[in-house]
Design a protein around this ligand. Structure first.
Ligand SMILES: Cc1cc2nc3c(=O)[nH]c(=O)nc-3n(C[C@H](O)[C@H](O)[C@H](O)COP(=O)(O)OP(=O)(O)OC[C@H]3O[C@@H](n4cnc5c(N)ncnc54)[C@H](O)[C@@H]3O)c2cc1C
Length: 509
């Protein structure tokens, strides 16, 4: 084969499917029995659960600015999406629903903060408008890490020139943009929360680019959010379909034990059990950077990468509840998503302070048996791994800590469904150790905590010939649109420029 990809996260699948479409012989080696990494779905007693993401936008129309949708367009795959526009907020200010769209958040603001807060929000929207245009001026799918980038990006440069001052602002922290416009305490907290949910960092560490993309997606007129019919597993299926129809292969239960180097070049991988797979062109790692480094021998060739990346700071981990419940008598207007913040003073990154609730069977009843709901509650990247590290999963200490630290999720959910504990037919409680095990992620981390303005996410290339990376440890970072972009960028870095340009033209970029 020509290319081996380690890991079938959304980054690896996007990369593999695009490379297969370009005509390369691609094999993806996935350690687990289910593909999709953090975005895989799993089934228990007739309930289909998302292990991770459930918040999507820009997926149900073409052309879209979302790189994930652009990859699906490029590989000529799609799936059905259900649209919605409202989420529930349970905040220190009170419980209310909020709607995406240009004007709707203003109605919420007027009720809880008054006219001056609305004026500030509108000023921020004005400020973000040119930044959003700038962030979309060069599509991430045009990026490649070789000299041919001059050609792939050239066509966007005339339009980009006008955005130059804004492009510079995009690379810095969103906080400096926010500080210039927003004084209202609630709006500042709200923006900090959105930043944290997007990047795992507050406004001081999240890039202006990430927030500009979010503003362009969520706060424009008539916008809706999307949820994949069949859950996140349906997205994974469509990427695997794309991979396989162009001749690519996904090997499940195929953990890579080490990356093989010969004559100072990466030439393949060794699977657990000893089988060797040779790649004539490249090996691309979709595993997190910490997990990738563990696969490399430490020698003269690899040292530069290991030294440069081993201290990559990490976001914290997750607690999870996956519940299958009896839905009898629940209100008709139950939302798919609720966000719970217990105390703004503690900060959005504080452990046990922010909880996310997702009830996707509200949007897609096929995910649960008739008359039931599936629920995923989690603490988003704020559970310290250190307090779990080294614990034995069957020990009484572990069980007690699991019980104690899951209470914050039950309490959050009780604010939505007061009698939740008596409705459960399936109850699965996950800790950072579960997260680490099932998602095969170093310390169960959400991803690298690389702070905007202080450092940049590295690109697809590595100093080791024949080894590239994609996924949330590479540019542009964490989240499905970002990892889809990273997978496409790695694929485009390998493909001849003519094919790359043809792909961009075919999908209307
Ligand atoms: C609870 C949660 C909720 C989230 N919500 C959202 C959301 O609503 N919207 C959004 O956009 N993003 C969300 N995210 C973030 C998003 O899901 C991730 O950023 C993204 O899925 C990461 O994809 P990835 O390709 O980088 O890698 P991963 O998903 O981490 O996949 C890497 C794959 O590599 C495999 N692997 C690792 N080592 C090896 C090895 N040695 N051999 C073989 N295989 C290996 C792993 O098993 C895994 O399948 C959420 C994340 C979580 C955890």
């Amino acid at each position: 084969m020509e290319i081996i990809i380690i890991g079938s996260g959304i980054g690896g699948l996007c990369c593999g499917a695009l490379l297969a479409k370009y005509g390369f012989e691609v094999t993806i080696c996935e350690a687990h029995s289910i593909g999709g990494g953090a975005a895989h779905s799993f089934t228990r007693d007739g309930y289909k659960f998302d292990s991770g993401p459930s918040l999507y936008s820009g997926m149900s129309y073409t052309p879209s600015t979302n790189p994930l949708k652009q990859v699906l367009d490029a590989i000529e795959e799609d799936l059905d999406w259900v649209n919605y526009d409202t989420w529930g907020c349970l905040l220190p200010e009170g419980d209310f629903n909020t709607t995406v769209g240009a004007d709707d958040f203003c109605k919420t603001l007027e009720q809880i903060r008054g006219e001056s807060a609305v004026r500030e929000w509108r000023r921020l929207q004005q400020e973000m408008e040119p930044l959003a245009a700038a962030v979309n001026a060069i599509p991430p799918l045009a990026i490649r890490y070789d000299l041919s980038a001059i050609l792939s990006i050239a066509q966007y440069l005339p339009a980009t020139v006008w955005h130059t001052p804004n492009i510079l602002r995009l690379t810095g922290a969103f906080k400096s943009i926010m500080d210039g416009v927003v004084k209202d305490e609630f709006i500042r907290n709200w923006l900090d929360l959105l930043c944290f949910l997007l990047s795992g960092l507050p406004a001081s560490g999240t890039s202006g680019a990430e927030m500009a993309f979010m503003f362009a997606e969520w706060y424009k007129p008539g916008v809706v959010l999307d949820y994949p019919i069949g859950g996140s597993g349906a997205l994974v299926d469509s990427l695997v379909r794309g991979l396989e129809k162009y001749g690519g292969k996904l090997l499940l239960n195929a953990p890579v034990e080490s990356i093989i180097l010969k004559n100072s070049r990466v030439v393949g991988v060794r699977l657990k059990g000893g089988k060797e797979l040779i790649a004539s062109k490249a090996v691309i790692s979709n595993a997190s950077i910490w997990d990738t480094l563990k696969l490399l021998p430490n020698n003269r060739v690899t040292r530069k990468l290991i030294e440069a990346r081993k201290e990559t700071p990490e976001c914290e981990s997750f607690m999870h509840l996956h519940l299958g419940i009896d839905a009898t008598g629940l209100p008709e207007d139950l939302q798919c998503h609720y966000i719970v913040v217990n105390d703004w003073q503690k900060g959005v990154t504080a452990p046990q302070n922010v909880v996310v609730v997702s009830i996707p069977s509200v949007l897609d009843p096929s995910l649960a048996p008739s008359g039931k709901h599936n629920i995923h509650v989690y603490t988003p990247g704020n559970e310290p791994y250190a307090i779990w590290s080294g614990m034995k999963r069957n020990s009484p200490e572990y069980q007690a800590q699991k019980q104690a630290r899951s209470q914050v999720m039950w309490q959050a959910l009780e604010r939505v469904i007061p009698d939740i504990r008596s409705r459960c037919e399936v109850t699965l409680v996950g800790t950072p150790l579960t997260h680490k095990g099932f998602l095969r992620r170093h310390r169960g981390s959400y991803g690298p905590a690389i702070e905007a303005g202080k450092a940049l996410f590295p690109g697809a290339n590595t100093p080791i010939p024949g080894l590239l990376c994609c996924g949330d440890s590479t540019f542009p970072g964490i989240g499905l649109p970002a990892v889809a972009a990273s997978g496409a960028i790695a694929a485009n870095t390998i493909v001849p420029i003519v094919q790359h340009l043809r792909m961009l033209r075919d999908i209307g970029l």
